[in-house]
Write a protein that binds this ligand. Sequence first.
Ligand code: ADE
Length: 239
Amino acid sequence: MRVDVVSIFPAYLDALDLSLPGKARRSGLLDLRVHDLRDWTHDRHRTVDDAPYGGGAGMVMRPEPWGEALDALATDDAVLVVPTPAGVPFTQIHARALAAEEHLVVACGRYEGIDQRVLDHAATRVRVLEVSLGDYVLNGGEVAALAVLEAVVRLLPGFMGNPDSLLEESHESGLLEYPVYTRPPSWRGLEVPEVLLGGDHGAIERWRHTQSLARTAARRPDLLPPSALLAPATVTDAQ
Ligand code: ADE
């Protein structure tokens, strides 16, 4: 997969050299290039922002450098990903869909955002996905881009040492993941649940599913499938 990230703070993306995304880059699975938006400015001050039309606080990113950057980077087959608090909530479904793409371009905005015409123009040529990480405001798209790219890259075929571990985590099944334990069996007076020590794989699977349902009911009832809502006794059992 090829990924181009455009930012006025390219150093934010250095973290992608660490850990697993770094390994994916070195193995050739991921061709990641980070670009400085100011390379597409033409004035002495390398200006990227200006006051908003209509007034209001803050600055808006000017369309010209973004237009040139996207002309240079966003081939017609690319998906343009724009992290913004005004986007659709980013989910595992998006991560999975993006992991199947050949080319992503990630546009990291700052200030009050990017002039809307940049996105409207890009949308005449490429698929544009404006995504929000959650109902809070970051200072810019960089931290959100790191999160989106980590969620996507770990799903690339061949990325995970053990692909089974992808199947059992929160959001892959639609539910939150069950609690996990490792050695020692007793720690500070707290015991690992008996069922996990017994080796009865059917019982373990049922216990984990019940725990997942209980956690999801307690923390994220919005994720529960209607079938789980019809069987509240199962959820209560696990609490
Ligand atoms: N940029 C600023 N805030 C953001 C958020 N919540 N999600 C994605 N991008 C953002």
